[in-house]
Design a protein around this ligand. Structure first.
Ligand code: FE2
Length: 174
């Protein structure tokens, strides 16, 4: 059973959760990149995979700074989000619609991570772990930037789709 007697315990518990989550994401991102059609979306997933490798290294540094073994604890939340993503990959979907769906799935993942990093950043700051706080803050910034990038892509992809949809047949009638 997880023992949560102090904020320190909670920090370690949350770090183990996000460490496991990041490792699950590392495995899932290449599949998302492969399934994506839009080249910008493919690139976003590939870039984020590389970024995630760095995030995992930062988390390992944080464990060391806190004097804890580098260890994950199964993150059921992320497992569920990834499971839902896998179902999308198996769906009979139009490529543009699948791209939009992949963005939605990825943004759910990003929001989970933003929540986690937001919490561990706050705990590290409260406990005076300045170096750990700095490293976790870098991960948080990257997740937020990725989320914004996905929003921008979603809007452009959705706009293109809408344009194609409403434009159909119009050219031939003119
Ligand atoms: Fe991440």
């Amino acid at each position: 059973m997880t023992k949560l007697a102090s904020l320190d315990d909670l920090l370690v518990h949350e770090l183990q959760d996000i460490y496991h989550a990041e490792n699950q994401i590392l495995k899932a991102l290449p599949k998302l990149a492969k399934a994506a059609t839009h080249p910008d979306l493919k690139r976003a997933f590939e870039d984020h995979r590389r970024e995630t490798e760095g995030q995992v290294r930062r988390l390992e540094q944080v464990f060391k700074l806190l004097g804890h073994p580098v260890k994950g604890k199964k993150c059921e939340g992320m497992a569920g989000l990834i499971e839902e993503g896998k179902k999308l990959l198996a769906a009979d979907a139009e490529p543009e619609v699948l791209d939009a769906a992949l963005i939605a799935a990825a943004q759910k993942v990003e929001h989970y991570e933003i929540a986690s990093y937001g919490c561990v950043c706050t705990y590290a700051e409260m406990l005076g772990y300045d170096e750990a706080h700095e490293l976790l803050g870098q991960n948080l910034d990257e997740e937020e930037t990725t989320d914004e990038r996905l929003t921008a892509l979603a809007e452009s992809v959705i706009n293109i789709e809408a344009e194609e949809g409403s434009g159909e047949g119009e050219d031939s009638s003119r």
